[in-house]
Design a protein around this ligand. Sequence first.
Ligand code: ADP
Ligand code: MG
Ligand code: MG
Length: 254
Amino acid sequence: DLILSVKDLQAEVDGTPILKGLNLEVRAGEIHAIMGPNGSGKSTFSKVLAGHPAYTVTGGEVIFQGESLLEKEAEERARSGVFLAFQYPLEIPGVSNLDFLRVAYNSRRKAQGLEELDAFDFDDLVEEKLDVVKMNPAFLNRSVNEGFSGGEKKRNEILQMALLEPKLAILDETDSGLDIDALKIVANGVNQLTSPENATIMITHYQRLLDYIVPDFVHVMAQGRIIKSGGKELALELESRGYDWVLEEALGVG
Ligand code: ADP
Ligand code: MG
Ligand code: MG
């Protein structure tokens, strides 16, 4: 069943059109990879889905679980099960990671019509989820992302995802800046979290991550649109041939 339907999506930043008619359908149980050259609008797409205020939607529609997503505030989107792992995760000095996670978790629970977990039960839940990302519990008592290395931030994102159990997870360049061990831990976390009930969109410039998280579909984005889609073998072809041939094929440019 359809989780996300994006039709002819158009969006701009400061009056400059960036997304120019993007179409995508994501069903439960699927992992989609979006690849493409730098500047093609991949991050813009993820931010538009998350409801980032800097981006103005100028056309098209986004239906998430049967409801229009675009009318909803960013917070409401998150509560309803859209999770965006930011390309450059925010640091929040003075707020402990544990408190941050508990507030995020409980607001998601509320949106699901469930009772909030008290601090003790939440601690138990976090302990269990820490295992998924092999994260040291000491990270819970530090300020959110403050002084975390790139790899630690990425693990923290996957920890957030493990707790929030999103319906749709959007991972933007989750592989950038990770050494191979951290990449494997993150990939393993994502693989444990994918299920027939949820879906994942992975945005990545490189094929490397896709050695560890095998997508059902691979899309190439260029000039604000998805210009080619295929199966996992498309990623391998892009790895060996680059993007130019796809651009030429789809847009008649090289
Ligand atoms: P990608 O993630 O594929 O590398 P982006 O979505 O980051 O691409 O960027 C697409 C285009 O939109 C780029 O030309 C970029 O400069 C522009 N862009 C993105 N965000 C902004 C912004 N906040 N202000 C101005 N231009 C932006
Ligand atoms: Mg980029
Ligand atoms: Mg990007």
